[in-house]
Design a protein around this ligand. Structure first.
Ligand code: ADP
Ligand code: MG
Length: 147
């Protein structure tokens, strides 16, 4: 992981707080961009995407669900199109190719990728990493890492 520093860190105490944090985060993310969401199952990656989608007026939190089986969900906002991607079930570079992520990364697109760290080629200079970690029952630390 070349020269990544923690640029921001916060702790939330509920899913709603994580959603609210995601809403605010939208203002700091500009397309085209890959965001890797890192953290164990249940860390809050999908919950954070609910907030980011609201921040871009691309979807309501309740309408954002995990793309575990569908692999890619698309949410169109007025300015930005979000692609929420879950690579948990993708094991090889070849399977990754079939998803065509490079084509999705258009000028107005942001890719929000869970389990993307499995594939080093997704970690580009401009990639933002968001690392979520459970602290206690409903505490979550959220770190932004970029170059
Ligand atoms: P992931 O996508 O990382 O597997 P999810 O966002 O699907 O995780 O699930 C997180 C779970 O943890 C949800 O059931 C959510 O309600 C719960 N939760 C409890 N506290 C928090 C918090 N502070 N932030 C986010 N989720 C939380
Ligand atoms: Mg998830």
């Amino acid at each position: 992981m070349p020269n990544r520093t923690v640029t921001h860190e916060t702790i939330t105490h509920s899913a709603d707080e994580t959603i609210a944090y995601g809403r605010g985060l939208a203002a700091k993310l500009s397309p085209p961009l890959i965001v890797l969401l890192r953290g164990d199952l249940g860390a809050g990656k999908t919950t954070l995407v609910k907030g980011i989608a609201e921040g871009f007026s691309a979807a309501r939190a309740d309408d954002v669900t995990s793309p575990t089986f569908t692999l890619i969900h698309e949410y169109r906002g007025p300015q930005v199109t979000l692609f929420h991607i879950d690579l948990y079930r993708i094991d090889t570079e070849r399977e990754l190719e079939t998803l065509g992520l490079d084509d999705l990364l258009a000028p107005g697109s942001i890719l929000l990728i869970e389990w993307g760290e499995k594939f080093p080629r997704l970690l580009r200079d401009t990639t933002v990493e968001i690392v979520l970690e459970q602290t206690g029952k409903s505490g979550r630390s959220i770190q932004l890492r970029s170059r």
